[in-house]
Write a protein that binds this ligand. Sequence first.
Ligand SMILES: C[S@@+](CC[C@H](N)C(=O)[O-])C[C@H]1O[C@@H](n2cnc3c(N)ncnc32)[C@H](O)[C@@H]1O
Length: 250
Amino acid sequence: MPTPADPTPDIAERFTTGGWAFTPEVADVFPEHVRASVPYYDDIQDLVAEASDWLLPDDGLVADLGASTGTTVHRIAQRHPTRRLRASLYDREPTMLDRAAQTLTEAPNLDVDYIPADIRRAPLNHGDADLTLALFTLQFLPVADRFHVLYEAHQASAPSGALLVAEKVRPPDSRWAEIAADASHDWKARHGITDTAIRAKARALRGVLQPHPETTLTTVITQAGWCAPEVLFRWHSWCVIGAFATPTGL
Ligand SMILES: C[S@@+](CC[C@H](N)C(=O)[O-])C[C@H]1O[C@@H](n2cnc3c(N)ncnc32)[C@H](O)[C@@H]1O
């Protein structure tokens, strides 16, 4: 990340207005970039890994939709060295999955299926998932596509399975929205991103990242068949919601 002594432009500055994409070049810097761009990214990863204590038993299957470089599954596998775990990692950008494969060689307790596919169109390859993840992925899809993906993920879940979704949401009241936008900007600045890079990323994301109110997200989750949605984390416009495949697990 650039500092006054290191004026290397941020990757976001290479994109045109509304032109953000998860390119191979983004994949090369993704772990550092996402850490500096998403407030509390590491805390959210820790929350998900801790939830897997309950939600991903020995021999369990985790499906990660938009897995990028595999950070989440890596953290889960490291937390449970005595559990044998299976993972299906989906991402549209093959370079992301290549980076994930490099990282996950460090996790001998993990059997991984890498699926380079557009989750809006391709059928999901896995079945009976214990834990389904969509962390900061659905926010890039139109609501109708989110519904389709969540519906397919519900079909591919075990009855006892759970869902964790993380995304940027839009506070409906403009007063909270203003505070959320400035608090996020301040957070990124405190973590070393220049004002120029923050503005460049915001411009590049126009029309690409599509935040909706939290209530829209929970509505789509339940309409897709998931039960008991619960907010597990919320900081201004960043949230994590959990849900279960069935009310009783049967
Ligand atoms: C912000 S990143 C996700 C970060 C990751 N889940 C994590 O927690 O570190 C979004 C990822 O979703 C992928 N993606 C976006 N739209 C997709 C789609 N329609 N099908 C499959 N992958 C998609 C992108 O290539 C990118 O790697």
